[in-house]
Design a protein around this ligand. Structure first.
Ligand code: PEP
Ligand code: MN
Length: 362
């Protein structure tokens, strides 16, 4: 990972194109001193490109700290002047966009609670018309890629050229290891749909706690994310919001040093040849798997015919339990995880039922 010196020496486009793009700073701007000191200590690590701070905070419940609002914008200006770090804040209304731009905020981001609401996203997009500023769009709190993509489209239609995605995980009911379930497959699918947009991971809001921040960040980097947004605070335990997940600027530096930065590709013929050979084998096996699955469906259809002739229901719970039990036992012996086998058998079973239903309906 390259060391950054002073990021105002670079154009905002150069910063935007930096890989990995590292954004860090407090969940909320609390005082001018806190913002400036965080920025100074982050800049000292030499690994951070952009300073984040929430000044309009969408809180789950009333009575929690909702941010200082526009009053905190000059604090960010001062932090930028003192350190050279570019700045980013969350905006959720047209007025907030105007205020942030008036005070030279370099990058705007749309928060998860805003991405869910097309009215709000449209209002933000309308305020962005004719403005040249990069915009990061967090995933909506619910696992809905259409809604995420819709927000991207609204902002793109307003003429914004530099749009990026932030994966911050998805709300789920009940306690889990994560504050917001990462559902990595959704981030991967979003990247597949939008290969031209940088994808940043926000391990802080995914984890909600410090002890798994590093492994989550490493996972994101292994999945070829373009950068990280990590919340940091000069006194994490006493932060006014999200205290449990924040770390000190120095800890951000240490964490970034410990991450193994992987590349998506390398210019080595030997590596490419070896990979190509193995990929051929995988393609071959995938073809065989499909062949076998199609045979399995043909047998299911035959069973469907017998069921039809004898007026029997498609679903037989005992048989399904037997398939699950046999499959997980066999699969686990072969090194497959229980979670995978269950998902796989469930999908195969549903497809089987659909095939049988067609037979019963004809
Ligand atoms: C934040 O970044 O502090 C924040 C409010 O995040 P999210 O929109 O992901 O909940
Ligand atoms: Mn936060």
């Amino acid at each position: 990972m390259e060391t950054v010196t002073s990021s105002t020496e670079k154009t905002i486009q150069e910063i935007w194109n930096t890989r990995p793009l590292i954004i860090s700073g407090p969940c909320s701007a609390e005082t001018e001193e806190q913002v400036v000191e965080t920025a100074e200590r982050l800049a000292k690590t030499g690994k951070v490109n952009v300073l984040r701070a929430g000044i309009w905070k969408p809180r789950t419940k009333p009575g929690m700290f909702e941010g200082h609002g526009a009053k905190a914008l000059p604090w960010l200006q001062r932090a930028k002047k003192a350190t050279g770090l570019r700045t980013t804040v969350e905006i959720a209304t047209g007025k907030q966009v105007e205020d942030a731009l008036m005070f030279d905020v370099d990058i705007l981001w749309i928060g998860a609670r805003t991405t869910v609401n097309p009215f709000s996203v449209q209002e933000v997009a309308d305020a962005l018309r004719g403005v040249d500023v990069p915009v990061l769009i967090k995933n909506p709190i619910n696992p809905d890629l259409e809604l995420w993509g819709g927000a991207v489209e609204r902002v793109a239609r307003a003429g914004i050229k530099n749009i990026g995605l932030i994966h911050r995980g998805f709300s789920s009911y009940g306690n889990t290891e994560f504050r917001n379930a990462p559902m990595w497959h959704l981030a991967i699918e979003m990247k597949r749909r939008n290969p031209e947009l940088p994808l940043i991971n926000d391990p802080s809001h995914i984890c909600g706690r410090r002890d798994i921040l590093q492994e989550t960040s490493q996972r994101a980097i292994d999945l070829d994310f373009d950068g990280l947004m990590i919340e940091s605070h000069i006194d994490p335990d006493n932060a006014w919001s999200d205290a449990k997940q924040q770390i000190t600027p120095e800890q951000v530096g240490e964490m970034l040093s410990s991450i193994i930065w992987r590349r998506e590709d390398v210019a080595s013929e030997e590596y490419h040849a070896a990979l190509e050979k193995l990929r051929q084998q995988i393609n071959h096996l995938d073809d065989e798997l499909l062949q076998v699955l199609s045979q399995r469906m043909k047998i299911a259809e035959k069973i469907g015919q017998y069921k039809k002739d004898n007026n029997i229901t498609i679903l037989q719970t005992n048989r399904w339990n037997e398939i699950l039990e046999r499959g997980t036992k066999e699969g686990e012996k072969k090194g497959l995880s229980r979670e995978f086998i269950e998902k796989y058998l469930d999908a195969v079973h549903m497809e089987s039922i659909n095939h049988q239903k067609k037979v019963l309906d004809t």
